[in-house]
Design a protein around this ligand. Sequence first.
Ligand code: NOJ
Length: 570
Amino acid sequence: MKYENDPGRYWWKEAIVYQLYPRSFKDSNGDGIGDLQGIISKLDYLQNLGIDVVWINPIYASPNDDNGYDISDYRNIMKEFGTMSDFNELLDGLHKRNLKLVMDLVVNHTSDEHEWFKQSRSSRDNPYRNYYHWWPAEKGKPPHRESFFDENGRAWQYDRKTKSYYLHIFSVKQPDLNWENPKMRKEIYEMMKFWFDKGIDGFRMDAITYIAKDDSFPAFTEDEIRKQYGEWSGYYASHPWLHKYLNEMNRQVLSKYDIMTVAEGPGVSVEEAHKIVDPSRHELNMLYHFEGMGIGYVPGEFKRVDPNGYDLVKFKEVYTKWSDAFVTKGWGTIYLGNHDQPRMVSRWGNDSPEFKSPSAKMLITFLFTMHATPFFYNGDEIGMSNIRFDKISDYRDIESRNMYQHIKKNKGNVKRFLENQKESARDNSRTPFQWNGSEHAGFTCGAPWIKVNPNYPECNVEAQEKDTDSILNYFRKMIKVRRTHTALVYGSYHLLDKEHKQVYAYVRTLGDEKFLVVLNFSRERVAYKTPPNFLLGENILINNYRGLTKYEDKIQLQPYQAIVAKAAAG
Ligand code: NOJ
């Protein structure tokens, strides 16, 4: 099939990805923790959403220091989640419903309870020693490296047994694997084949750019270290070796299966992204960037969302840049939330009772009309919002808990930190999925591992199923629109009025098909002049309000109104 720009059709370009956080999705056995049988009981719900791919966060054996991102056995299932036979049933159930399964691949680090690490730390001449990064104490203290989840912010941990330090860019229980060791790489590839041979449909590659680092560990100057705050990726990750590893992984594993791969790419530039996703380089299919996620934070303070909101002009600039980046080569992704971010509607829309529904729908419209594979996070489809915990004891996330301790130890302002976390903490998006209005939102019959958002009596699947005007039904409608109009997938993207402070408008074109998307990102009414060839009337495909006011050559947009209109022929 020939298309403008001829990007080549692939199922993963046309797919709608739904990220499922297993710990919080559905508990089947009353222990308060979501599990595989819980997901199995909701397979029809997933199918009825109209999505294509489920990306599930790690479900491998893990002591759960970082909710499964610390894996102690890559070939087994976490006890709390079930067994391998549950997994087989889940995969089978998804495939029977024409849904694909993408798993998380966490190979920058393992758990310190993984057998490889137990061996590695046991003696300096153990065959597994080189599976990790060690710095012998006789060389003096290793050059400073920051750690994401360490209370003291230090990524080198002294290990008395062998009088050496090991590296952990994440928590002290997540030692970094040494990718320069070909034996270790081979074991990872074998493990990947194990899952592909079971029939999974792809991997989302966790912290993948971190696998390649300068393992001579040069010292950084004070200035460089200061600059690293929040931007360590540039220093610690994406060493040119990354491409050697990914290319080898592609040759030995990925190229042998019809699967999709997506890299997590914090700090990755457009140029670097191209090196990873350009098909001629034979590395990965897609990457998700963090540039959008970084908008609207106050610089110099840990995750403080600017109370004055974010700059839409900047937002448009970033998403336009990333859309334009893949016009001729490679392919992008688009998302506005996940398990590491606060809730999409709270962060980018407006979760007040008045505006939650229109703003959630508007954001859904945005994700479904961009030139990229859209990724939704479970709960977005019903407008789940931030829980905003008051107390540190309510948090379960290692990031929030350890940062709190870090700030406290350094006599910082913990009160302010807790205020900031209300808008930015990862646990905002990890609260239990809201199925219905019964106790614990129908997530569990036991005590949930983390509090349920008290808004569940109004915000839940059961209520929204019944309401034709609900966010959930709008989400389904948008899926149909994207599926019916290939222009919304492959069509070119042209930004209009880039300096407009409230409206994000663009045109998507493929052959004779042309669509105008107009999104009011503000809580105000805005008069907006549409281009002349769009007869806004019978050509409106999507409108998140009942009507649309027009006068002269303008439309009067309601707060967070979203319109998708087809250009009149001719
Ligand atoms: C990124 C994951 O998305 C996050 O949840 C995790 O804490 C880190 N990588 C470490 O694996």
